[in-house]
Write a protein that binds this ligand. Structure first.
Ligand SMILES: NC(=O)c1ccc[n+]([C@@H]2O[C@H](COP(=O)([O-])OP(=O)(O)OC[C@H]3O[C@@H](n4cnc5c(N)ncnc54)[C@H](O)[C@@H]3O)[C@@H](O)[C@H]2O)c1
Length: 348
């Protein structure tokens, strides 16, 4: 068993979870952290017993002991240059979504990874959510027959909507529905998307965050075999719990139907101080001491195992690029008010 050095770059919310999972993984020989907020860097370094903690990620590029890097920094414009630097330095890279801002950047990253024989995966964590994995299993095994129609609707709280739209102008399709686009395209593969129609809904976010910031976005995607599915992503739910996430899935086939409730209404806490709340309801999940509730720890361990044990990654960068082409087409469609055909020009 080969133990590996692992780096986490950006130890905010997700990076903190990644670092904790790596620290607990027996395949991780040493943990290296980069974070620009000194107090957060010190906090995560102390909690994980990190071997090195720096404010400048470039100090990690030439560390031979590091084999795998989790890039969890924001704003999202950092994803491409950081991933490019680590891939060029010969490191296996796990990059939070989105893979990049521009398709050409995604193409460059994929090219570097493929030509160097490096593992490169993107954080579509919901594939590690057992309910989503169950749908994939049913579709793959033919339990519901041939897929006929799919709907996935996701909403998160406006605190998260404000956090995201306060740092980057990426749409709900690019930042929320992206998880469910990845999930449905994964289930329907090898069929490919050929057309996208999208509309954006405005409301509370425009009032608090300014013109142009939407609340929610619907996407209708048509596949090459004629099946169409609908995915929606929104970020204006009233506070229920920090980052409360609510998802509903309908997957209908010729021989059966799957209805999946991932709305996290099954655990309710009511306190005198704060009233009703829905704990254990964030999208990446959270540590409950001896057990982790949610997909992100399993996803982190999967990438560590892929690198240490030479196994394939579940999410390929080509799949993430396909998802990106769909949500870019959705944004173009919402702007133009008409369907957009894939591939996008000569780049999509
Ligand atoms: N898979 C999921 O379920 C999921 C959930 C939420 C967010 N995300 C993705 O994960 C990423 C991180 O989101 P988050 O909510 O953890 O963000 P965050 O803002 O909480 O954390 C990002 C961290 O990066 C740090 N940072 C900024 N510049 C840096 C630099 N140059 N070097 C090192 N660190 C730097 C910031 O100080 C911050 O602590 C986002 O891109 C988001 O799209 C994924």
């Amino acid at each position: 068993m080969e133990r590996i050095g692992v780096a986490v770059v950006g130890t905010g919310w997700c990076g903190g979870i990644r670092a904790q999972a790596c620290a607990a993984n027996p395949l991780v020989e040493g943990l290296y952290l980069a974070e620009t907020r000194p107090e957060r860097l010190a906090e995560v370094a102390a909690a994980t017993g990190a071997r090195l903690a720096t404010s400048d990620y470039r100090q990690l590029l030439d560390k031979k002991e590091i084999s795998a890097v989790f890039i969890s920094a924001t704003p999202e414009g950092l994803h491409y240059p950081m991933a490019r630097d680590f891939l060029r330095a010969g490191k296996n890279v796990f990059l939070e979504k989105p893979i990049a801002i521009e398709l050409a950047e995604a193409d460059e990253l994929i090219l570097i990874a493929r030509s160097s024989g490096l593992k490169f995966s993107i954080g579509y964590s919901q594939r590690f959510n057992p309910k989503f994995a169950y749908v994939k299993k049913c579709v793959s095994e033919g339990t519901i027959g041939k897929p006929v129609s799919v709907l996935v609707s996701r909403h998160v709280t406006r605190s998260l909507g404000k956090k995201i739209s306060g740092r980057v102008r990426l749409s709900p399709a690019a930042m929320e529905a992206t998880h469910d686009l990845d999930f449905v395209l994964w289930c329907l593969a090898p069929s490919k998307p050929v057309r996208v129609y999208s509309q954006i809904n405005f409301g509370a976010m425009r009032e608090s965050m300014g013109e142009g910031v939407p609340d929610q976005q619907w996407l209708t995607v048509t596949m090459e075999d004629g099946l169409s599915f609908v995915v929606g992503g929104g970020w204006n739910l009233p506070p229920g719990y920090p980052n409360f996430s609510s998802t509903w899935i309908e997957f209908i086939g010729t021989e059966g139907a799957l209805m999946v409730d991932d709305t996290h209404r099954d655990v309710m806490l009511n306190t005198v101080a704060k009233g009703a709340a829905f704990p254990i309801s964030t999208m990446p999940g959270e540590s409950l001491g001896h057990v982790y509730a949610g997909p992100m720890a399993a996803e982190t361990n999967h990438f560590v195992e892929a690198v240490a044990l030479g196994r394939p990654v579940l999410v390929t960068p080509e799949e993430a690029r396909q998802v990106m082409a769909v949500y870019l087409a959705a944004d173009l469609s919402a702007e133009a008010g008409e369907p957009v055909t894939l591939p996008l020009g000569n780049k999509g």
